[in-house]
Design a protein around this ligand. Structure first.
Ligand SMILES: Cc1ncc(COP(=O)(O)O)c(C=O)c1O
Length: 401
């Protein structure tokens, strides 16, 4: 919550309420106590016991070329060519000049907010959604306006509410495809509708596809990089999820849309990128090698997420009424409804103190329904199963044993 008055030497935009939430305080105390905890929130892939092939990944950082500096604000051509090959594998054609490298998807958002918005302008964002958006937008003086998504045999965009949220200051609609934490895809008819609304209201589409390579079921609808682009559209992704390498800090923006708008956008983005030149040379040199090897880590993550999801489904089938899985279609996380979890919005805190199980409160992701929590699907499978069983037994009999 920004600072709302009085005298401060610091900006209003950084005037957050930094007092510890009740959940954060309970978590700090639980960790400090040294007691065994079942952490169902681990989503850092480098801490999930996956096998990273050091001999294949690390040598690409030590080439001699890393010693010379020839910056290109859009990113080194070879790195952009590798990103274009990534999209070819997804049946999409992306021109080298339509790509711009950044250090992270977060940085991509910041560039796009600065490109699209003046201070006080608005961007529409789906809820439940990724909590970092609030901070990213605030730091660029952009107002986020939520549009709801609802669960009814799958997740859907509430189209009426989305259109009602559009006002004179709205500049873009943000879509996470597949979404975090719901794990649902934007369906092709929803995509067509979003394009239509964007045309009618002169908005841009910003599509975050960091989890695109992690379908859990069925037939994924594919990248927004494919097909027609009647409105200016920015597709974001990066190495943190595609290669399971968040520490390497490389991501990109791919621009699509009517030619004149697209090239003006890219010219301005290039200027923003040129101001910072933030992506390091060794990382850009290594990026093509890492993208080529992404399949190895993706298979491990997908197999872990698939296994954890099927454990979850069978536990839910054995305990009807105690746990409901709000079925994900893709990604690294899912939402659970635990009707017996105290009947209040502090369900996650209740599970922590009573069962030593760490889950994310639904409110982190702007969910208002009580007893909803978010769990990561990529953590260790034994820990996951035990943690879920403890949470369930707490929900059923109030004593996990
Ligand atoms: C939907 C979504 N977008 C972006 C990111 C961050 O990506 P990056 O590490 O490239 O900033 C995350 C991280 O979890 C995410 O969930």
């Amino acid at each position: 919550m920004p600072y709302d008055g009085g005298v401060s030497r610091f900006s209003r935009r950084t005037g957050w309420d930094l007092t510890e939430s009740s959940f954060a305080s309970a978590l700090r105390q639980a960790r400090a106590s040294g007691r065994r905890l079942w952490d169902l929130t681990i989503s850092n892939p480098t801490r999930c016991g996956f096998d990273y092939d050091a001999d294949a990944l690390l040598p690409s950082l030590t080439g001699l070329q890393a010693l010379s500096y020839n910056p290109d604000p859009r990113g080194l051509v070879n790195a952009r060519a590798a990103v274009a090959r990534y999209y070819s594998a997804h049946h999409a054609e992306v021109g080298l000049d339509d790509l711009l490298l950044t250090t992270s998807t977060s940085e991509s958002y910041s560039y796009l907010f600065r490109l699209l918005c003046d201070p006080g302008d608005e961007v529409l964002v789906g809820q439940p959604g990724y909590p970092l958006f609030d901070f990213l937008a605030e730091l660029d003086d952009v107002c986020l306006k939520p549009y709801p998504m609802f669960y009814d045999h799958g997740w859907w965009i509430d189209r009426g509410e989305l259109e009602r949220a559009i006002g004179p200051k709205t500049r873009a609609i943000l879509v996470v495809h597949p979404n975090n934490p719901t794990g649902h895809w934007t369906r092709s008819e929803e995509r067509a509708w979003l394009q239509d609304v964007s045309i009618r209201h002169n908005l841009a589409l910003v599509v975050d596809e960091v989890f695109l390579d992690y379908p859990l079921d069925g037939n994924p609808p594919g990248s927004f990089a494919t097909g027609e682009h009647p409105v200016v559209t920015f597709v974001l992704s990066g190495l943190s999820k595609i290669c399971g390498l968040p520490q390497m800090k490389a991501a990109w923006i791919a621009a699509f849309g009517p030619e004149s708008q697209k090239s003006e956008a890219l010219g301005r983005l290039e200027m923003i990128a040129d101001t910072f030149l933030s992506v390091s040379t060794p990382i850009q040199l290594a990026l093509p090698h890492w993208l080529e090897q992404a399949g190895g880590i993706q298979r491990q993550i997908l197999s872990r997420a698939g296994r954890n999801l099927s454990v979850l489904r069978s536990i839910a089938a054995e305990h009807p009424g105690s746990i409901e899985v709000l079925e994900p279609e893709a990604g690294w996380s899912t939402i659970l409804s635990l009707p017996g979890c105290g009947g209040d919005p502090a369900c996650a805190e209740h599970l922590l103190t009573s069962s030593a199980v760490i889950v994310h409160p639904g409110s982190f992701y702007a969910m208002s329904a009580p007893n909803r929590v978010v769990v990561s699907l990529i953590g260790d499978s034994d820990e996951f199963e035990q943690g879920i069983l403890r949470a369930i037994s707490q929900a059923i009999i109030g004593n996990p044993g």
